[in-house]
Design a protein around this ligand. Structure first.
Ligand SMILES: *Cc1c(COP(=O)(O)O)cnc(C)c1O
Length: 388
């Protein structure tokens, strides 16, 4: 029998995740990796590193490598790079576009990304075009005119839960040598694999479901082609610009990932049950969730995603902004907080956070569904909606 403890080919994602970072340590037998906190590593008398590859921790780190390999495997990609936050990962990708270039970004996405791209492009003489990519014709027309260097999608989008056709858009991008990046944070690699649909890069805020416990900031970018120019740039950018993850965060992320498959399964199931319940609720005007048949891109979501539709949804309540705020105030189990993908369910009145200029309607509430018992979540929302 082979002594190798890292024989992972052919395993299901659930199994890869359950053993995340594992393969016991030959020296101690430990089933989880240690946290290496050293920032610098000594050399021997001949000035060779004592541990090959161990020089300085901004270069690399044994824990990053474990997490990066795992995420690359989940995505069906060739390699990943961890970043200090999701936004650091977004910024590294955006910097691929040089002054004079053009970025075509999906409109109505994560507000932090939109704001960053607007400021970054304005400061660097890069044209930024924002378009509703769930409307393929609108996207195609805009693409033909602008000939962008980079297309930025978010699937599903936050907070409107729109679903772009990654395969069709990637065909278009390939014909024009445009780089396609998909932020798939709200989906997780377990239910959406943008690289297999033709994207060049996939990005996640690891702060969200990948870690899943609302206790670290992190980001990750994965490539389908380690020999590409884009990947050389991103690897160098992580090293040279230095937006690296801390050792403790890398370790926590690995620990969080061990339960990703279980968490995603429960969260997706809870979300679909809740979406159906709220869709039939008299106080709810609309539910935005790709798992509902009433969703404009439901068929596309069904074809693109496997095993669920994610744990993010938005609802529009009857009675406008005041009613929406009243509902949030009456909730007991849902926590009033930003972010998503954690074990605990969260609710957010996005317009209060982002302002009216963001275009987010006052009656919209964004829900991140956790792993609680679904009857408790339904009960909490029902009693809060009954105050209207
Ligand atoms: C949270 C989030 C980000 C930013 O990630 P941080 O880890 O907060 O920097 C980017 N995209 C999406 C879709 C997000 O939800």
């Amino acid at each position: 029998m082979s002594k190798s403890t890292s024989k992972t080919t052919g395993l299901h994602p659930d199994s890869l995740l359950a053993h995340a970072g594992g393969g016991f340590d030959q020296a101690t037998g430990a089933v989880v990796p240690p946290i290496q906190t050293a920032t610098t590593f000594v050399r021997d008398e001949d000035y060779e590193p004592i541990g090959p590859g161990y020089i300085y921790s901004r270069d690399d780190n044994a824990l990053y490598k474990k997490v990066e390999k795992l995420i690359a495997d989940l995505e069906g990609g060739e390699d990943s790079r961890l970043f200090a936050s999701g936004m650091a990962a977004v910024a590294a990708v955006a910097r691929l576009v040089k002054p004079g270039g053009t970025i075509l970004a999906q409109s109505g996405i994560y507000w932090g990304t939109t704001l960053f791209l607007r400021k970054y492009c304005a400061r660097n003489n890069i044209a930024l075009v924002e378009v509703d990519v769930s409307d393929f014709k609108a996207f195609h027309d805009e693409f033909s005119v602008t000939q962008p260097n980079l297309v930025w999608l978010e699937v599903p989008s936050n907070p409107f839960l729109k679903v772009a056709d990654i395969q069709r858009i990637s065909d278009l991008c390939k014909s024009a040598e445009t780089l396609l990046t998909v932020d798939a944070t709200a989906a997780t690699p377990l239910i959406l694999k943008p690289l297999s649909l033709g994207a060049d890069l996939v990005m996640h805020s690891a702060t969200k479901a990948l870690n899943g416990h609302s206790d670290l900031l992190g980001g990750v970018v994965t490539t389908g082609d380690i020999d590409s120019e884009a990947w050389t740039f991103i690897s160098e950018e992580r090293h040279d610009a230095g937006a690296v993850l801390g050792s403790f965060e890398a370790w926590l992320l690995l620990r969080g990932l061990r339960t990703l498959a279980l968490r995603v399964e429960r969260m997706n199931k809870n979300a679909l049950t809740l979406a159906k319940h709220l869709d039939a609720h008299p106080k709810v005007k609309a539910v935005l969730y790709p798992g509902l048949e009433s969703h404009a891109q439901h068929q596309l979501a069904k074809a693109q995603m496997t095993g669920g539709y994610g744990s993010l949804m938005s609802i529009l309540v009857n009675g406008g902004k005041d009613a929406a705020l009243k509902v949030t105030g009456a909730l007991d189990i849902f926590q009033r907080a930003t972010s998503l993908g954690g074990t605990e369910s969260l609710i957010e009145h996005r317009q209060t956070i982002e302002g009216e200029a963001s275009g987010i309607p006052g009656d919209l509430l964004r829900l991140s569904i956790g792993i609680e018992h679904v009857d408790d979540l339904i009960g909490d929302l029902d009693q809060a909606l009954s105050t209207l």
